[in-house]
Each structure stands twice: as structure tokens, then as C-alpha cells.
Design a protein around this ligand. Structure first.
Ligand SMILES: O=P(O)(O)O[C@@H]1C[C@H](O)[C@@H](CO)O1
Ligand SMILES: Nc1nc2[nH]cnc2c(=O)[nH]1
Length: 297
């Protein structure tokens, strides 16, 4: 299992084995999966009746490279109101040396477990000059820069049991869920720092040069980060509804005269500062998601 390279290294049986193992260990049957971005592990705090599994104990699950800290590296099942959810505390990045098959492995497990919607959060650098540190950007669309260079999670033989060979990505981020996020954000008094925009993924691990940042601005990117796009692509391929929330943890420098230099500590500091608000937003969103599903079914 899990060898490196740019095509999928897991068979359908690998995904099934992990899914069945988890379903045998828990009575939770999650409808929503939440991927917690860097420094946002406490998004699971709003859940009750929790059951936690360390990634290292789950068969076939990628194992942490040790780059994480705190509670990260755990899959947490829990309930918010009546909705069963699963939270990934810690996720996998291309820059850590994982293959895209490993990065996206959990998403297909969620699909096989019966999850309907994926809520992805991440930390990103603001490119849009109107943005401020601490803004929460609802992802409207993305640019898959590694994908342009062949680093794409759907490269290799296509397994039709997950989805079609040539999936459409023009509606990767659910319009209904974006609307819901705006409504819930406004009810919680977050409108002043909630935005919508285009997220661009780069592989990292370095932050952008000024020339790269200027190029991204010209390309129409509002923020840039090092994750999310592979997971969203695989989620859309297998028919999950997706909502993406990107926390603007720093502004990317577009100006050679700017003295401040971005660093990972700043990213974690902003995540810490906004984590509680994001946790309330995610909890409220999940409560409203459930009510909306009841009303539409
Ligand atoms: O894990 P996410 O994508 O939220 O975190 C971003 C990308 C890098 O891991 C890190 C850079 O500081 O933040
Ligand atoms: N590429 C990139 N990723 C980030 N993650 C958080 N901030 C940034 C940033 O400025 N650039």
C-alpha cells in the first residue's frame, strides 16, 4: 500500500478494509466530515459523544511525519445536535512527502462510510489586497497549480466505483453550502471578516517569492495555501458536497519594499486567534445543515 509516485497506490479493497475496520469500531455513522487545517484541531470541540482514533492505529491510514503537534494525528467521531460527524485533526501535505493518494486517502474512506458533505478548513496567505489577516474566506473556486504539472490525485487508472474518468470541477464548491456559510456567518456577527474568493494551491513548503505572488494576483487568486485542492478534487470526483473555509493567516507580500517576512509561527498564531470563532461557525453550520436537510427531504 501507499507507495510514492503521482498515481493512486491503493486498491478498492484497501479503502474497503479501512472503512470496515472503522465501522466495526464505532457506532457513529457520520454524514459530515471536517478536515481541520493547521492550528484548527479544536474544531471538534463542539461535538459530544466523542470517540477518537490515532491515525497510526487505523489500518492503511497514512502515518504522521511528526510535523504535527498537540492533539493532531487523530480521527475524531462525534455528534453535533443530531448530526454524526467525523473530524480529521491533522491532515497530510504534499510537501511532507506524502503521495496524493495518501493525502486524499481519508476522503474516500469518508465516502465509503456514508458521508454526504466535506467541510475543509485551511490556513492561507491573502493575495487579494482587500483582505486582512483574520478574514475567513469561503472558497468559491480553486486553481490546482500542482495539477497543471501532473501532480493530480486522479492520475492513473480510474476506479468507476468512485467516480467518472473526466469529472467536472466547475462546481466543486457547493453553492448551497456557500450560501449557508454566509447566512450562518452573518447570524453570528462575522460578516465584517467573511469573504468569498478563489484559492490557489501550491506544493510548498516555501512561502511565495514576490514575483510568484504577483503572478498569482494576475491569475485571479485571492489566497494561496499548501493543501485542500487534492482532497476537494477527490471529494467532488466521488460525489461529496464540499464547503471550503480558508483562514487568512497572513498577507502575502506583493511589494519588494515590505519588511515583514511571513513565517509558520505567524500562521499558527492567527489560527489560534480565530480558532474559537471558526469552531462556533463550524458547529452552527452543522446544526443548520441538519435542519436544512430535514426541510428538503
Ligand atoms: O494545513 P494547512 O493547509 O491549513 O496549513 C498551511 C500550509 C502549511 O501547512 C502551513 C504553512 O504555514 O499552513
Ligand atoms: N503558500 C502559502 N501557504 C500558506 N499557508 C498560510 N499562509 C500561507 C502563505 O502565505 N503561502
Amino acid at each position: 500500500m501507499h507507495t510514492k509516485g503521482n498515481s493512486c497506490c491503493c486498491s478498492f479493497e484497501d479503502y474497503k478494509l479501512t472503512t470496515e475496520w472503522l465501522l466495526n469500531q464505532t457506532s457513529h455513522r457520520p454524514k459530515i466530515a471536517v478536515i481541520c487545517g493547521s492550528g484548527l484541531g479544536l474544531l471538534a470541540d463542539g461535538a459530544t459523544n466523542k470517540q477518537t482514533f490515532r491515525y497510526q492505529d487505523i489500518p492503511n491510514f497514512p502515518v504522521s511525519t511528526g510535523a504535527w503537534s498537540g492533539h493532531e494525528g487523530c480521527l475524531v467521531f462525534g455528534t453535533i445536535e443530531d448530526t454524526s460527524c467525523v473530524f480529521m485533526q491533522g491532515h497530510f501535505h504534499l510537501y511532507e512527502g506524502y503521495s496524493l493518494c495518501q493525502v486524499t486517502f481519508p476522503v474516500r474512506i469518508f465516502k465509503l462510510m456514508g458521508v454526504e458533505s466535506l467541510l475543509v478548513t485551511n490556513a492561507s496567505g491573502g493575495i487579494c489586497p482587500d483582505f486582512k489577516v483574520g478574514d475567513i474566506m469561503i472558497i468559491k473556486d480553486h486553481i490546482n497549480l500542482p495539477g497543471f504539472a501532473g501532480q493530480h490525485p486522479l492520475c492513473g487508472p480510474n476506479d468507476e466505483r468512485f467516480g467518472i474518468r473526466f469529472p467536472c470541477m466547475s462546481d466543486a464548491y457547493s453553492k448551497d453550502l456557500r450560501r449557508l456559510a454566509l447566512d450562518v456567518g452573518s447570524e453570528l456577527g462575522c460578516s465584517d471578516f467573511m469573504r468569498e474568493g478563489v484559492f490557489c494551491m501550491v506544493s510548498g513548503p516555501n512561502f511565495e517569492t514576490i514575483a510568484e505572488a504577483r503572478m498569482l494576483l494576475i491569475l485571479g487568486c485571492d489566497s494561496v495555501g499548501m493543501s485542500t485542492v487534492p482532497e476537494v478534487t477527490v471529494a467532488k470526483h466521488c460525489g461529496l458536497r464540499v464547503l471550503g473555509l480558508s483562514l487568512i493567516t497572513n498577507m502575502v507580500s506583493l511589494d519588494y519594499s515590505r519588511e515583514e517576512k511571513v513565517n509558520h509561527e505567524e500562521v499558527l498564531q492567527t489560527s489560534k486567534m480565530r480558532a474559537e470563532v471558526l469552531q462556533k461557525l463550524v458547529t452552527a453550520l452543522i446544526c443548520r445543515y441538519q435542519q436544512q436537510s430535514i426541510n428538503t427531504h
